[in-house]
Ligand binder design. Structure first.
Ligand code: FA5
Length: 339
């Protein structure tokens, strides 16, 4: 029995099997235990020797059981550790990294150009009032130009700004000339979208006010921006246009001379010399706040452009709606690069 039991102990593959062997031999009703129970039936002179013999078997089995248990426990522990082991020589898991949105890249290019020319860079509120978005910009409520910029109105009578031009008013009310500033930020228009029009897009607005500022300064500034964006051979084109807050007004385009063979005139935005009515509206607002009237008689220019147009060509993105659809296949291409 001992030989048989020792073989079974040695062959037990895991703790459970070992426990079964233990129960079968040395458990309460195990084979060895039962053998001890038969001692009483033996004649007294045989009992002692037989008892010693059975106890020796029992001790041998218990020793073997304990040793086998220790071996199996260690093996189980080793297996668990092996399954949890980390190979520190493997390459690390890639961490998801963000990147600058293409519109912010274009903004950064543009603002760097204007900062070199001494402009301050500011932002302003996206929720505006009618007075700053239209009225003070020489667009009274009955003016047909209001239809050109269909508006999202809020319940309280305010609106989502349709352009960054209201910041011309806010900046001039708060600051005295001379000044040079560019505004960056989102604007909103209630219009059907297509490949080149979104209901939310961005603008860069420029404003320069001082004494003796002329159309020549405006053209030189736009040309300097074009060279900053597209290199020393960049060309600019101005065409007469109408915006109520400038006179004269123009639209400007930049020659996009591009290695992919997509060279063309890129219509970028509108510009012009600040209309005297705008300076008057600013002085009225300043006066209402107890500030000095300082703008009448000044001269200045302003411009506003859409960075989406620049980004679409620069990065070869055919549809403006890709910028804001949050499709990782588009935006993911700009991941990890911060330049
Ligand atoms: C304006 O918004 C004027 N405030 C610009 C201005 C400022 C003129 C200062 C004179 C002086 P306009 O509506 O044309 O103008 O828009 C300017 C530029 O914004 C456009 O040339 C175009 O690049 C961009 N833009 C206009 N509408 C959209 C649109 N729905 N989606 C994307 N870009 C647009």
């Amino acid at each position: 029995m001992q030989t048989q039991a020792l073989q079974e102990i040695a062959a037990a593959p895991d703790g459970e099997a070992l426990q079964a062997v233990k129960t079968r031999y040395v458990g309460k009703s195990g084979l060895v235990t039962k053998e001890l129970g038969t001692l009483g039936k033996l004649p007294p002179e045989e009992r002692k020797a037989r008892g010693a013999e059975i106890n020796a078997v029992r001790a041998a089995l218990e020793t073997a059981l304990n040793e086998r248990e220790a071996v199996l426990k260690q093996a189980a522990l080793d297996a668990k550790l092996a399954s949890e082991a980390i190979d520190v020589t493997l390459p690390g898991l890639p961490l998801p990294a963000g990147g600058l949105h293409p519109i912010n890249r274009v903004y950064d290019d543009l603002t760097a150009i204007y900062e070199r020319m001494g402009y301050a860079v500011i932002e302003g509120p996206e929720v505006e009032d009618e007075h700053h978005n239209f009225e003070a910009l020489n667009v009274p409520w009955y003016h047909p130009a209001r239809d050109l910029q269909d508006t999202f109105w809020l319940d309280d009578g305010r609106l989502l700004r349709t352009h960054t031009s209201p910041m011309q008013i806010r900046y001039m009310v708060a600051h005295e000339p001379a000044l040079k500033v560019v505004v960056r930020g989102k604007v909103y228009r209630y219009e059907a979208t297509d490949a080149t029009h979104e209901a939310m897009f961005h603008q860069l607005e420029g404003l320069v006010v001082g004494d003796g500022i002329s159309m020549t300064d405006l053209k030189g500034t736009i040309a300097e921006m074009a060279r900053g964006l597209y290199g020393p051979t960049a060309k600019v084109r101005f065409q007469p246009s109408y915006y109520p807050f400038v006179e004269p007004g123009a639209d400007f385009a930049v020659w996009w001379d591009n290695p992919r063979g997509e060279s063309k005139w890129l219509e970028l935005g509108g510009c012009g010399m600040i209309h005297p009515n705008v300076f008057k509206a600013v002085d009225d607002l300043r006066e209402a706040e107890g500030r000095e009237r300082v703008y009448e008689g000044k001269t200045g220019f302003a411009f506003g452009l859409g960075p989406e147009r620049i980004a679409m060509l620069k990065y070869g993105i055919p549809d403006i709606r890709y910028f804001y659809a949050n499709d990782p296949k588009v935006i993911g291409q700009f991941r990890g690069e911060l330049g």
